[in-house]
Ligand binder design. Structure first.
Ligand code: ZN
Ligand code: MN
Length: 257
């Protein structure tokens, strides 16, 4: 049977839940510029594609991806002023995720993974989980467990060395750079403009943030560091390394129902 929640009928889902609630993945992304070479939906596509593979290993379900996220930040995504970014205010975002968690849990889907592909969402996912648990407790629904992670956190040292033989600069500056480009070259090569892959020094920022942000204060391609080292083989190594590692960690995070 399909691992996509939206492919099931309500009766099929009811039967799955009655057997013991499956682990439900909610991929969370963003519509955000990803340099001259990657599509705006990169941060939504990657967690969606990975979640399907991880869920298949552990008998989980994948909910439809939340394709919009919190605002792109200059130091980790280029900034929300850039063309193609369409984002949600934090309040809106938190409440959307809270509402989804609550409704999943009310229908017995009480084992939820917030499976993130966009760094800026992270603390707002934490807040959504917190507000959802509080609301559900008030309704007498207490058997809820939520796991939150960015898929990239499972990239271990050997994988990091494969990706960055010369060393990782920082995960923030990896935006639209070697990791995301490599995984896209492996999973969605049709969407990578290989002739436009940028090669330039990492963006430089002051140690503080300034509001309003001055778009002229930084000159970059939209990628925050070079993507020239990206290859489909590296992307394959990431996917083949991450999927079993994520499956193991996530299964361990949920006690058997
Ligand atoms: Zn990204
Ligand atoms: Mn992002």
């Amino acid at each position: 049977m399909s691992g996509r929640l939206s492919d099931l009928t309500w009766r099929e889902l009811d039967a799955r839940v009655a057997e013991g609630p499956p682990i439900l993945f909610l991929p969370t992304g963003a519509l955000e510029q990803h340099g001259p070479h990657l599509p705006l939906g990169t941060d939504a596509m990657l967690p969606a594609l990975l979640a399907e593979r991880v869920a298949a290993e552990i008998g989980g379900l994948v909910a439809p991806t939340l394709p919009y996220g919190y605002k792109s930040q200059p130091k980790s995504g280029g900034g929300n002023h850039m063309q193609g970014c369409a984002s949600l205010d934090a309040n809106t975002y938190i409440l959307m995720v809270r509402d989804l968690i609550c409704d999943f849990a009310r229908h017995g889907l009480t084992r939820i993974v917030l499976f993130d592909g966009h760094m800026e969402n992270q603390m707002f996912l934490t807040e959504a989980a917190d507000l959802a648990l509080r609301a559900l407790k008030g309704e007498g629904i207490e058997e809820v467990r939520i796991v939150k992670l960015g898929y990239w956190v499972m990239i271990d040292e050997p994988l990091e060395e494969t990706l960055f033989p010369e060393g990782l600069i920082s995960w923030e500056l990896e935006h639209a750079a070697v990791m995301e480009t490599s995984v896209m070259l492996h999973l969605r090569p049709d969407l990578v403009r290989t002739d436009l892959i940028p090669d330039h020094p990492p963006a430089a920022f002051p140690p503080y943030d300034v509001y309003p942000f001055d778009p002229g204060s930084v000159c970059h391609s939209g990628a925050l560091s070079s993507a020239a080292g990206a290859t489909a083989e590296k992307g394959r190594a990431v996917v083949e390394g991450l999927v079993p590692a994520l499956a193991r960690q996530i299964a361990e995070a949920f006690p058997a129902p």
